[in-house]
Design a protein around this ligand. Sequence first.
Ligand code: AGP
Length: 604
Amino acid sequence: MCGIIARIGDGDAITKLVTGLQNLEYRGYDSAGVAIQNGAGISVYKQSGQISELKDTIVGNVPKGNVGIGHTRWSTHGPPTDENAHPHTSETDKVAVVHNGIIENYAELKTWLKEQGHEFTSDTDTEVIPHLFEQYLESAPSIEEAFRMTIRDLKGSYAVAALVDGDHAIYAARQGSPLILGLDNDEYYLASDVPAFLDHTDKVVYFEDGDIAVLEPNGVTMTNLDGDRVTRDVEQIDWNPEDAGKGGYDHYMLKEIHEQPNALANTIEGRVKDGEVKLEDFPKGTFSGIDDVHLVACGTSYHAALYGRHLLNEAGIRAQAFRASEYVGSIPGPVTKNTLVIAVTQSGETADTLGALRQAQEQGARAITVTNVMGSTAARRADDALFIRAGPEIGVAATKTFSSQAVTLSLLAIRLAEDIETAKPPEDKTSLLQSLDRLPDNVEQVLASTDANRIASQYSGSQSFFFIGRGLNNAVAKEGALKFKEITYEHAEGFASGELKHGPLALVTPETPVFALFNGNNDEKTLKNAEEAQARGAPIVAIANENHAAMNVADSFLTIPETHPVWSGLLANVQVQLVSYYAAYDLGRPIDKPRNLAKSVTVE
Ligand code: AGP
């Protein structure tokens, strides 16, 4: 977790560092800090709280200097205090370090460093890095070598950037946590994610694990842990700075909900031709021989995986979806080269999902990832990557990426069904793909006509919020509840409609609105389940087509346009996203940065 940034080049670094940190704040917002090299020592400003608060502190005393590092933290080791905020410094303040990741052997390093006379001022694992660096500076032949010796001692995951007093350079290393180099004409950046420097450059180099870099005003040198030079390709990012801004919306989440028509159009573009599914790196025959599919994912991505699993099963393909954190150590049955593991992850950096991916690969499975982020760890570790092309998502609550993931997995399910002998592609493939073509417009219709704001106010103050759906809509119900609880902090649960009567019905009262999702598959059963809740006093909010039978039963409605049942849940999901958003808005919650959470969770 956490976001790091570093910058070297002409002119003062501070503004670019702070703006970059603001663009990374979705990665953590417990504390923030910067360190600037200014020829008169390293100035460090750090404190608990959000970046806006750090900015207020700096305003009266803006540090000068063209080289700097910065950090925004999601606490793992130690509470979010000023002392635990990064950058961390060494004994004599000669070294300052920012770090994203976990140093697993920090306790033994700390013991050794204390024996050498180092005194620690924080509870963090990170603080061992500046002390080690300073220790090795005494004996190493060069600063670069001292840094390399430091990095060699670390076990765990890290993206690190460091400054040394009096030395006009930034030292950086990566192992298991994202680190990207941004190249502008007269300046260089390092960051955990591209939006940190996208205002300045779209030319990037993705660090590989084991890479070490030294950034100087006139160039960047990349080597490995042995000191051998390595060469990495420069890639061009096709996001633009506006994609990463709020674009006039109050919150990133609302902007990203409204971006769904565009995101979906990008997801689909070029992937359906002449009534056939064409996936760039997966031509016909790619998946022949596959006899088992494991989808591994967390949170919202897991719900998209449930969507994909349902469609694979309907096509007669043996497929299971696993919460990635549970997959490791409990893989069902043997994994072979005929097992396809699909790691579904927006960020491509989720530690639990990467762990599941690695486990499956070690056991010989073929592994692909469905991800949003080019150059992410998942994209590079998997055998192949299928990109959902939703564009940058900054709000901690995933919205547009869920719809793009579900659509990508639906197309992948068709591709698999065509390759696997025992499977059968959907009989109504033509109408399915034609309605997919209309999906971006259908989402636009929902956004233009939604009554979600009114519904959110109508039920505000309720005790609990339940979401029910069947089949594909079971996945959407679970996603709806996750979204609702994540940003409103109110209790919400998503259930398979038929499951309500097996226990959860005991919770139902007039204070527990039930959002019932209908998509044309077994709707009469879901309607009955909703009526069972209504008979116990629960208000029912039906999400269905305008003329649906549920409209005669429900207490309130949110309508969605007619479409194929496979896509209907994605329209219902937009309504649920909006209800969650407005409910959180009315409660005054910090919607883009819900408490205790961060966008990308890089710890297990
Ligand atoms: C969703 O709103 C969440 N913030 C969270 O559940 C997220 O989906 C999960 O952490 C997985 O992230 P990933 O898709 O980047 O792997």
